[in-house]
Ligand binder design. Sequence first.
Ligand SMILES: CC(C)(COP(=O)(O)OP(=O)(O)OC[C@H]1O[C@@H](n2cnc3c(N)ncnc32)[C@H](O)[C@@H]1OP(=O)(O)O)[C@@H](O)C(=O)NCCC(=O)NCCS
Length: 150
Amino acid sequence: MIRKATVADVKKIQELINSFAKTNAVLPRSLNSVYENLRDFFIFESDENIFGCGALHITWDNLAELRSLVVHKEYQGKGIGKALVNECIKEARQLQVKKVFLLTENSGFFKKLGFAQVDKAALPHKIWSDCVECIQFPNCNEVAMVKDIE
Ligand SMILES: CC(C)(COP(=O)(O)OP(=O)(O)OC[C@H]1O[C@@H](n2cnc3c(N)ncnc32)[C@H](O)[C@@H]1OP(=O)(O)O)[C@@H](O)C(=O)NCCC(=O)NCCS
């Protein structure tokens, strides 16, 4: 089941994200960051455990970022990642956001979902606030991808 996250989910969300952060697939998140951004999160739940999450973070009037998208290894390849992205896009549309972007090393997955690679410099400077906290910055292999959702 995919649903919006609640405060009761925060510790499990943080654990899941940080288990992938070790591979540099996503940025690690502090508990504080998950609490403060909790309303961004959708989770995939099964048997009262959380095996997937993804977040839609509003950046500006026409732009939102898809971030912290992870699916537990045992649940990958079952359409859960795609479903989480679709929920984020649905919410972005409801909020009248026009474009969703993300930074990733996994462009193949997002290309399949209709995202196109763009020059990182095309994105507003504001988005680098997370990047500068990353130990990979500025030598990371992530590419920027955007989907027009109008
Ligand atoms: C990327 C990730 C979220 C995908 O989740 P998932 O649940 O395994 O993906 P889905 O089953 O929903 O796949 C949807 C489609 O994308 C395809 N796909 C999945 N991973 C892919 C990849 N790495 N490259 C290309 N296509 C991929 C699937 O084959 C499927 O195609 P189909 O619709 O034609 O069957 C998951 O692999 C993951 O957590 N990876 C580690 C963390 C990560 O890289 N997160 C993204 C950070 S920006």
